[in-house]
Design a protein around this ligand. Structure first.
Ligand SMILES: [Zn+2]
Length: 476
């Protein structure tokens, strides 16, 4: 074995020198990649020729549809995913109860009633209250941010406040501009209510729009009064902004049936590919099974769930049983409050020391790029990142080589303060926020080849993390 290993290392060093000389990517394969090259090749080849993930995603999107918290569709999705795990031969398949909240959108509309009549495209924000049956009719004041709202003084009283703050375009270095503007969606209603506004609209949080409204969650926190909150499209926000800047009073009528129905029960889905020699040690992979109540939740986060389901089936079919357990977790209630992620951390507090890594894919199912890694112990994070870089050299053929430090993914984030190494499955990010939380997040936006590549990356990574001699983040 040793001889084989040394020889492989030798060949690889030679390839390294050649790639460095030609100026190509200088990712360095280390001992883990060398030990797992043949298994990784088998996994990747099998993933790239399997339609399993696409077939599963098609069922979730087309036959079940969107899956908002507290809905029958979400219950059906949870039942279906559990049945798939059983059918695919997984062990310990069960659901774990999670208390969530049920918020129902109902009918809604937004119309410009002066200076001319025109229907606008609008989506209420998750957890918003509704309007009276006749709606709220009031003039609009447009502000770009908190400072402009403050400068209005009493000027927002009795008005509809529209936050028109553009999300910066995607940047290949810095990523999406989502973090810059999502706060108006989250906090806008509270800020506007503090100034006496009667409703709050936000420009949809996206850098690219075909007049598509983007919903998402909001929070009243300690708002003096709960006012209705909704998103309008970039195009409609810009129209209103241009008109009001010319001194024209724009009056809107907003009607929303939205209602908070209080607590409801849902569940996380769990199933395992049990480890052969250290079954108590766990590598978690998964996504969130709930979605918004528009579109099909194809990229957010049907794709992430399906990658995990398809990964364990693929390994099982290949007869690749790792030494540690790979546990699929499909978390519930992420969109409306990270309920499933928080509950998982509580339910499994006793075994978190045995969680070798916990990864989630919640960035869409676009072309895979690599992994983000985070751990509260920085030296373990650095050690883990070095091992992940070694492993990612096996995935050059699918174009995925990135490892970035200091970030994971939403549903595994409650495990990070407990010392677990958390990981985010990362994909090409330029289009995600075009579809995110919209009626356009549908199956046709998922490229079948890219979905296969994602399964290849997740299955390979999960297998190696669950099988390699040393525990992730530790030297030996
Ligand atoms: Zn998501």
């Amino acid at each position: 074995m040793r001889n084989v290993h040394t020889r492989r290392l030798g060949v690889h060093r030679l390839i390294m020198l050649v790639t460095m000389a030609t100026g190509a990517s200088a990712a360095v394969a280390g001992p883990i990649a060398d030990a797992y090259r043949s298994q990784a090749d088998r996994i990747i080849d099998a993933a790239l020729t399997s339609d399993d993930a696409y077939t599963k995603l098609q069922h979730l999107c087309d036959d079940i549809g969107h899956r908002i918290c507290g809905s029958e569709a979400l219950d059906r999705a949870i039942e279906w995913a559990s049945a798939e795990l059983r059918k695919d031969g997984m062990s310990n398949v069960h659901t774990e109860p999670v208390e969530v909240i049920r918020w129902v959108r109902g009918n809604e509309s937004c119309e410009m009633v002066a200076p001319r009549r025109q229907p606008l495209v609008m989506l209420a924000l998750g957890k918003s209250v509704g309007t009276p049956p006749d709606g709220i009719t009031a003039p609009v004041v447009v502000v770009a941010d908190e400072d402009e709202l403050e400068k209005l003084g009493d000027g927002a009283k009795g008005k509809i406040v529209l936050f028109n703050n553009p999300m910066p375009p995607y940047d290949s270095e810095k990523g999406s501009g989502y973090g810059h503007t999502v706060r108006f969606r989250t906090n806008g209603a509270r800020l506007a209510a503090e100034k006496g506004a009667v409703a709050c609209l936000v420009r949809s949080v996206t850098a690219h729009s075909l007049r598509t409204p983007h919903t998402g969650t909001m929070n009243y926190k300690d708002a003096p009064v709960q006012i209705p909150a909704a998103a309008v499209t970039v195009e409609d926000a810009e129209t209103i902004d241009r008109m009001t800047k010319r001194g024209i009073e724009v009056v809107l009528n907003i009607k929303m049936d939205a209602k908070n129905h209080g607590p409801a029960m849902s569940a996380n889905v769990v199933g395992e590919l049990r480890g052969s020699t250290h079954p108590e040690q766990i590598v978690v992979i998964g996504g969130h099974i709930d979605s918004w109540d528009v579109g099909q939740g194809a990229h957010d986060d049907g794709g992430g769930c399906i990658m995990a389901l398809a990964s364990v089936k693929l390994l099982k079919d290949l007869g690749l049983q790792p030494k540690r357990t790979i546990r699929v977790v499909l978390w519930t209630g992420e969109e409306i409050g990270l309920f499933g992620g928080k509950q998982y951390a509580k339910d499994h507090a006793d075994e978190l020391a045995n969680h070798v890594a916990a990864m989630e894919s919640d960035s869409g199912a676009f072309a895979p790029k690599g992994y983000g890694v985070d751990c509260k112990d920085e030296s373990r994070m650095k050690a883990a990142a070095d091992q992940l870089r070694d492993i990612m050299t096996l995935m050059e053929k699918i174009g995925a080589t990135d490892v970035s430090e200091g970030h994971g993914a939403p549903d595994v984030s409650p495990l990070q303060p407990e010392g677990v190494i958390v990981m985010g499955h990362e994909v090409e990010g330029s289009k995600y926020f075009d579809y995110h939380h919209t009626p356009a997040d549908t199956m046709d936006k998922v490229n079948p080849l890219e979905l296969k590549q994602n399964v290849a990356m997740m299955a390979t990574m999960a297998y190696i993390l669950a099988d390699m001699p040393q525990r992730l983040g530790e030297k030996d």
